[in-house]
Design a protein. Sequence first.
Length: 229
Amino acid sequence: MNGFDFDVIERSLGYLFREGMVFTLKLTLLSATGGLILGTLLAICRLSKFPLLSWVAGIYVNTLRALPLILVIFWFYFLVPYIGAWLTGASRPIAVGGFTSALITFTLFEAAYYCEIMRSGIQSVPQAQTNAGRALGLSSTQVMLFIVLPQAFRNMAPVLLTQTIVLFQDTSLVYVLSLTDFLGAAVKVAQRDGRLMEMYIFTAFVYFIISYTASRLVRYVQQRTAIAR
């Protein structure tokens, strides 16, 4: 460790966290929120009594889950501007921006995984709960919103949080698009100062601390939900 330069880490802390980590956390939270909403809708579609709706949702989920995330990132980065131009009727590709493209990619990709989690959560709610809601005169939509989904979210909260941790780690893949996430910021500092080992070790340490802390939170939530049941 005699040649290890701790000073380069100290000098770069402000840039790494103010630029890189803020980008990473923003992308994670927005993608998780959008993915969970879309994934819940997809889960409802997959459980729908309408075969066509269930089939379309199943094709979407199974297709995205079968593709490497890095490939999907490249696809959307280059295709989204053309898709936007097609939807708006513009003659040229629309300048979407790296962050917007990454946000769309992660939202659509993670929705496939959140869908399967929420589908399991919805199926875990006893049928008697649904029957009781209908006996009270609630519509199918009201039963889903006020009875089924709250219990499904509670039952699957640990798994949803675990998937969000995976999403947080996967956001480092936007480095291939030259976006300044936490890893991208660390690489820029490493290349500027010629300190690859120091920055990669520090980056791994930060990811480990955040992921480990979040995993402890998942265990706590899992214990709380087990007590509630």
